[in-house]
Design a protein around this ligand. Structure first.
Ligand code: MG
Length: 388
């Protein structure tokens, strides 16, 4: 098996929504296709993936650095010595040649799109959904009945009010999502609390509502919100402060008895190690949200999970950021705590294909080969154009 070509395409996200920090109006995502000389049904076998959602497309890094490195490598150095097939870890190492350690920023997302496309390719080679390939490679039993899922929405809209928010949340519950997450930090505390109370009116309880500040608060705001949020008994309080301010997370965990969630903006095992060492997170309740699509792919992500377990966390404390098919397969394959969904937003990448079954609060991936991205309307057309 040889890589013959790697193509990438910038695809804009649909819709104009914002969290407390970012408008997604101009966001794009890198869609990547890895071609091989292996032929299936008269066509070359192609692996497809993208760099999750939320950190912009990475065409420059892919085109100028990573794709040439992989294409110029001795092809044998990219293969597993046991299977003779492409080895995601070796492809990743090659893509990262001549890169200094540390500073895990945009290149982590660029590399992840290539690495995850190799997983998609391996699953297609075996003609199986990728959660099976992932489970086998990590000696796990996949979650047979699917992954716990919640709807992530409640973004600040250009035209917004509490009625619209209530309607949005009622729609998620009607669609079968048992719990919901909304944004905070984009308005004054009093107005955010009115949004939270409106949401709880619909979910019936704070246990079915999480809130996400996207790292916006300073110390004073984070602690003020912590005090105001405590009585609601929320599912969790996410990314209150800057993702790298471990000392402040440690202080927050002492001030807030409820569940803290963070990690979606940590892109390396080293950063996760520092969060676990210095951030005060509690293995009996807190949630870690690293995202393979933003952090060098599944090779690095699996190492993060192993590190969590070493530090006393159960792997069900891992609930990746990024509600899309790739993370659904990763959660099911690695037996993690659950995943999010973005019904109706971040199209064409967000959400799941229609053949994924949502029942009893669990979502089960379909049996399409690979990640099944080709089965998702909107994305299917983009992939067809890229691989044509
Ligand atoms: Mg978040």
């Amino acid at each position: 098996m040889r890589i013959t070509e790697i193509r990438e395409l910038d695809v804009p996200l649909a819709g104009a929504i914002s969290n407390a920090v970012v408008s997604f109006d101009k966001h794009k995502v890198s869609l990547v296709a890895v071609f091989t000389d292996t032929v299936r049904n008269g066509r070359p076998l192609v692996g497809v993936a993208f760099n999750s959602i939320g950190r912009h497309s990475q065409g420059g890094i892919l085109r100028e650095r990573m794709i040439p490195r992989v294409l110029e490598a001795d092809p044998d150095t990219l293969l597993s010595s046991t299977t003779g097939l492409l080895d995601p870890a070796r492809v990743l190492r090659c893509a990262l040649m001549d890169e200094k350690p540390g500073g895990h920023g945009d290149r982590a997302a660029a590399a992840s799109a290539i690495e995850l496309a190799v997983w998609d390719l391996l699953a297609k080679y075996h003609d199986e959904p990728v959660y099976q390939t992932i489970a086998r490679a990590h000696d796990r039993t996949p979650l047979a009945s699917g992954a716990p899922v919640y709807a992530a929405g409640g973004y600040y809209q250009d035209v917004d009010d509490l009625g619209r928010l209530r309607e949005e949340i009622a729609g998620y519950l009607a669609a079968g999502y048992p719990s919901v997450k909304i944004k905070i930090g984009g308005l004054e505390l009093g107005e955010d609390l009115r949004r939270i109370e409106a949401a709880i009116e619909v979910t019936g309880s704070g246990r079915h509502l999480a809130v996400d500040a996207n790292g916006r608060f300073d110390r004073g705001q984070a602690l003020k919100y912590a005090e105001a949020l405590a009585p609601y008994g929320l599912r969790w309080y996410e990314e209150a402060v800057d993702p790298l301010d471990y000392a402040l997370y440690s202080e927050l965990t002492q001030a807030y008895d409820g569940v803290i969630a963070t990690g979606e903006n940590l892109f390396s095992t080293q950063d996760v190690g520092n969060l676990l060492r210095f951030g005060g997170l509690r293995p009996d309740r807190d949630i870690l949200q690293m995202d393979a699509g933003l952090s060098y792919g599944l090779t690095e992500y699996a190492a993060m999970i192993a590190l969590m377990e070493e530090r006393g966390f159960d792997r069900t404390s891992a609930m990746p950021h990024g509600g899309h098919l790739m993370n659904l397969h990763i959660v099911v394959g690695l037996g993690l705590g659950g995943c999010e969904a973005y019904p109706g937003v971040f199209e064409p990448f967000g959400g799941y294909s229609e053949d994924c079954v949502l029942a009893d609060g669990l979502i089960r991936p379909a049996d399409n080969p690979g990640f099944g991205l080709e089965a998702k309307p909107g994305l299917a057309e983009r992939i067809a154009g890229l691989v044509a």
